[in-house]
Design a protein around this ligand. Structure first.
Ligand SMILES: [Zn+2]
Length: 367
């Protein structure tokens, strides 16, 4: 059993005291005279991760283990391994690798909660860095086929690519979160998709129709109606002013990294699925300059949220509690007795001092 003391963010708010845990949290109690120099918060949950430290989800089991360990060093205690557009047989293989990774005993990495299937059911004109994959005229059978195993937790799709919209409801009734993204859908089409079973938006603002006051687009539908959506807070994908507007509009807007293999690596050329991307100081681009994923980490995301003016508790919720709630997880994303011991210790300067994933101590990585 490990016991830590400090200022603790509990499910009910801040408390100064002690927290004891092994794989799960066993007790949390207020204590007098405890220094509040250390801050103990829930581990981060990143629902959109393609890679890290040179490894890409599409490369196989070993690569998934490597990127999960690297992100854990930046405070991410669980994640969804996110796929790039590929053929159905290739995606099936990748999903089986992700399933295997999710079943492994904890080895100092982020827990792989499942897969986020991003593509190929997206609009070819908004595909960003995704390669063009030939698709059936109505891909709903392929979608249901891929989502047959319970490893898929989130799917990103462009509703205009799917004729048979009843597939959205079928996915939702299996507990899969359907996110709208990589899409040119209008406000009306996006609103209809929400009624048909969609419940989220993928990297809000990026690769979707924007908000014009007479043509509010997909962003307008998210602002007007979404409870949850994901956003990339690297201050490069989205202007800070647009982020602040979105935080006001969408109550449980949560943060993802959309990190690629290039994160944590020197400038150069890296794989993103079958594509090649170039890392520059701000992010990752294709040869033609299209933004192609990020080099963000969740600890940097926390700093960025504080920098644009969110308070610490609000910022942390958007990195841990809201993504957990969105997936329906009651035992992660919050510090309470019985939950997994996924937690982060911050020092007096707000730097990562220690990370615990399911009670296993993980050395933070700097850089
Ligand atoms: Zn994307």
């Amino acid at each position: 059993m490990t016991t830590l003391q400090g200022r603790i963010l509990t499910a009910q708010g801040w408390m100064t005291g002690a927290i004891s845990f092994d794989r799960h949290i066993h007790s949390m109690e207020r204590r007098m005279g405890v220094s509040d120099a250390k801050t103990i918060i829930p581990g981060f949950i990143d629902l959109h991760v393609h890679g890290g430290q040179g490894a890409d989800v599409m490369e196989g089991l070993q690569a998934i283990g490597q990127l999960a360990r690297w992100h854990a060093g930046h405070g991410t205690t669980s994640l969804l391994a996110t796929t790039m557009s590929a053929s159905v047989p290739e995606l099936k293989q990748v999903l089986s690798n992700i399933h295997e990774a999710s079943q492994m005993p904890h080895a100092g990495g982020a827990r792989v909660l499942g897969a986020h299937l991003e593509g190929p059911f997206i609009n070819r004109n908004k595909r960003g860095a995704h390669p063009l994959i030939p698709m059936n005229e109505d891909p709903s059978r392929d979608i249901l086929d891929l989502c047959d195993s319970d490893i898929v937790r989130v799917i990103t799709l462009a509703p205009e690519t799917i004729q048979n919209r009843s597939v959205l409801n079928k996915l939702a009734s299996r507990g899969i979160r359907v996110q709208l993204g990589h899409s040119t859908s209008s406000y009306e089409e996006a609103t209809a998709a929400l009624q048909q079973g969609a419940s989220g938006f993928t990297h809000l603002f990026n690769a979707m129709s924007g908000l014009h006051h007479r043509d509010p687009g997909m962003v307008g539908a998210a602002f007007a109606q979404a409870e949850y959506a994901e956003i990339i807070p690297d201050l490069f994908h989205v202007h800070r002013g647009a982020m602040l507007a979105a935080f006001r509009a969408i109550p449980k807007l949560y943060c993802v990294t959309d990190a690629s293999a290039a994160s944590g690596m020197p400038d150069g050329t890296y794989p993103l699925g079958c594509q090649k991307v170039f890392k520059c100081p701000n992010g990752v681009c294709l040869e033609d300059g299209t933004i192609a994923g990020s080099i963000l980490t969740m600890d940097q995301a926390l700093k960025n949220l504080l920098e644009i003016g969110l308070d610490l508790e609000d910022a942390i919720r958007r990195l841990s509690l809201y993504p957990a709630e969105y997936l329906g997880l009651k035992d992660r994303g919050r510090l309470q007795v019985g939950a997994f011991a996924d937690l982060i210790v911050l020092d007096a300067n707000g730097q990562l001092e220690q990370v615990y994933g399911e009670g296993v101590a993980i050395e933070p990585s700097h850089g």
